[in-house]
Design a protein around this ligand. Structure first.
Ligand SMILES: Nc1ncnc2c1ncn2[C@@H]1O[C@H](COP(=O)(O)OP(=O)(O)OP(=O)(O)O)[C@@H](O)[C@H]1O
Ligand SMILES: [Mg+2]
Length: 151
């Protein structure tokens, strides 16, 4: 999303950047440090691509002191930082649009918060246009690297 472009390194916007896990974590922490609320970040990618790894790093950079765990079973985990509340949302197990309502989706996406969403495609038309998209994909023949696409 254009208003948040400045926090995305140029190389990550071109789809030509591959990162090791430690590079991804370093970048995520930097992104978290550079972010201010309200901000919705979506993280797409196949199973095991590194979405939670990145979300944890963004949280750390944003100032979340608590341990960030995978929200898969609870759908939403809430954390706090001095900057704002942080919602880490994983829609992998979302069963219906009603469930989106039940988890407070409409409130989450309009809150003065940092909202990180894994499997955002499951929100369908209820995903706001105004977000920073990040995608992670596997590198053929190199299990230790991922292609990072952002912005
Ligand atoms: N370059 C890399 N970037 C990120 N993770 C990597 C990389 N190389 C290897 N890995 C490993 O890939 C796994 C990524 O797991 P993670 O839970 O972050 O993925 P995910 O995309 O959240 O999966 P899920 O769809 O199940 O939620 C970890 O075990 C991590 O150690
Ligand atoms: Mg995950």
């Amino acid at each position: 999303m254009p208003a948040h472009r400045h926090i995305v390194p140029a190389r990550a916007a071109s789809g030509q950047l591959t990162v090791s896990e430690s590079e991804l974590v370093e970048w995520g922490e930097h992104l978290g440090r550079s972010s201010s609320p309200p901000l919705l970040v979506t993280i797409t990618g196949e199973l095991g691509a590194g979405k939670t790894t990145l979300a944890k790093a963004i949280c750390r950079g944003y100032g979340v002191g608590e341990d960030v765990t995978s929200p898969t079973y609870s759908i939403v985990q809430q954390y706090s930082s001095e900057r704002s509340t942080v919602y880490h949302v994983d829609l992998y197990r979302l069963e219906s649009s009603d469930q989106l309502t039940n988890i407070g989706w409409d409130e989450l996406i309009s809150a003065h918060a940092l909202v990180l969403v894994e499997w955002p495609e499951r929100a369908g038309a209820r995903l706001p246009q105004n977000h920073l998209p990040i995608d992670l994909s596997y590198v053929p023949d190199d299990p230790s690297r991922r292609i990072l696409l952002a912005g």
